[in-house]
Design a protein around this ligand. Structure first.
Ligand SMILES: *Cc1c(COP(=O)(O)O)cnc(C)c1O
Length: 405
């Protein structure tokens, strides 16, 4: 049994029951609410520390009722890596990377989809559909396969080639759509009555946030329940940023955090698709759809986010910022980070590094502050981006004269 009490509309606070399938309320997402007193009584730090190193170690603070229905591929805990060389390049003395590239299907999407598919499985869903900018489709296909669910994936025709193949490889019925992820979302909505599938779009069901929340729980545990000063998060739909901010609030309410420190949450986007930073910079709570979104950081190519106000609220409550950087900056920082640290930085994480460079230059971050960058995906999934820009094709054959010079 979980300690979930109800679901709560993020836009107007309406309570909804959690023992049945739920989607949006008034077109906006739902929070999962727990009896945190009961969670605190049922869970100890020692018990958590003794469990397997997966995101399910926080099970009392997660929504699954029946553990036999869990869809798992061993997701989490991801390594938290200290990065001295990359830190020095950015002018920082205490830089860390939470490396999500090692999770199943090569991105942190596995956390959210493991949770969403587990809950859908518990509630009797047999067929799921998703619009995706790339990694979510592969993750959903894998977890659906894991519990024998039928999966349908819709992605823009220019989605990275590895994402196109992986969804089909995991047995999903995968389709390309001429247009953006929002157009793929329209296809899923249109097909729902006839196909009878459950829509697991970002934030359109309540549980992906709970899966992504585990990044915040892990980070707290890995830093001995004391949070860093700044978190740099590459924002598409914003689930991870929203989920981590929720995790910190829940841990604080349970009295599990060692001190009062809460990180400043920095939402990072690419200049080519920056709806959240544009809205934040204008002092808005809701974002306008971003016209003609273009970026190799495909996970950030989300021109309209249904949880825009939840992202901006978290950023503002934390004293953080929502910013973007150029395409050149994110691609070159991702590659530089990979070469300096051996971490498979995805272009999305490159956006965090590009924004970090700006914030250090603006003195918005002190060199001694503890900063954590989320590397949300594996560089290997972006063969087009890493093969062309900024790296040239590899020389063949070996030219010894050039090599030795
Ligand atoms: C989806 C995705 C993002 C954006 O995540 P949200 O939580 O939806 O904002 C960032 N990076 C990668 C690699 C992604 O696949």
């Amino acid at each position: 049994m979980s300690h979930v009490t109800h679901l709560e509309s993020a836009i107007d606070g309406t309570h909804l029951p959690h023992d049945q399938l739920q989607t949006l309320h008034e077109g906006r997402p739902l929070w999962v609410r727990y009896d945190l007193g009961a969670v605190k009584a049922a869970m100890t730090k020692e018990a958590v520390a003794s469990r397997k190193p997966t995101m399910w170690r926080y099970k009392e603070l997660l929504p699954v009722e029946d553990e036999t229905k869990v869809a798992t591929l061993g997701e989490g805990m991801s390594p938290l890596l200290e990065c001295e060389r990359l830190g020095a390049a950015l002018g920082l003395n205490d830089l860390w990377v939470k490396d999500e590239s090692q999770l199943p299907t090569g991105s942190f999407k596995s956390r959210g989809l493991a949770m969403a598919i587990s809950r859908a499985n518990e509630l009797g869903v047999e067929r799921v559909a998703i619009p995706t900018a790339g990694n979510a489709g592969g993750a959903m296909a894998a977890y659906a396969a894991r519990v024998g669910m039928e999966a349908f994936v819709f992605m823009p025709a220019d989605t990275p080639i590895v994402n196109q193949h992986e969804a089909a490889y995991y047995g999903a019925r995968a389709f390309l759509v001429d247009g953006l992820i929002t157009d793929c979302g329209a296809v899923v909505r249109e097909g729902t009555p006839e196909m009878g599938w459950f829509d697991v779009s970002t934030l359109k069901e309540p549980y992906r946030i709970e899966g992504k929340k585990t990044m915040g729980l892990e980070l707290a545990e890995q830093f001995d329940w004391s949070l860093p000063d700044v978190i740099m998060y590459p924002t598409g739909g914003g689930t991870g940023l929203i989920g981590m901010w929720k995790a910190f609030a829940e841990l604080a309410e349970m009295g599990w955090l060692a001190d009062e420190r809460r990180p400043r949450m920095v939402s990072c986007q690419a200049d080519g698709c920056a709806p959240i930073s544009t809205a934040w910079e204008a002092g808005e709570r809701f974002a306008d759809p971003f016209p003609d979104p273009v970026t190799a950081a495909s996970g950030l190519r989300v021109p309209a986010a249904v949880g825009d106000f939840m992202i901006i609220d978290a950023v503002n409550e934390s004293g953080g910022q929502a910013r973007s950087c150029s395409e050149e900056s994110l691609l070159s920082w991702a590659q530089r980070g990979a070469a300096l640290e051996g971490i498979a930085f995805a272009p999305e994480a490159g956006a965090c590094l590009g924004v970090l460079e700006k914030l250090v230059a603006e003195k918005a971050i002190d060199p001694d502050e503890r900063v954590v960058v989320f590397n949300t995906g594996a560089a290997q999934k972006y063969v087009e981006a890493i093969g062309t820009n900024p790296l040239p094709r590899l020389p063949n054959p070996v030219d010894w004269d050039t090599l030795k010079s």
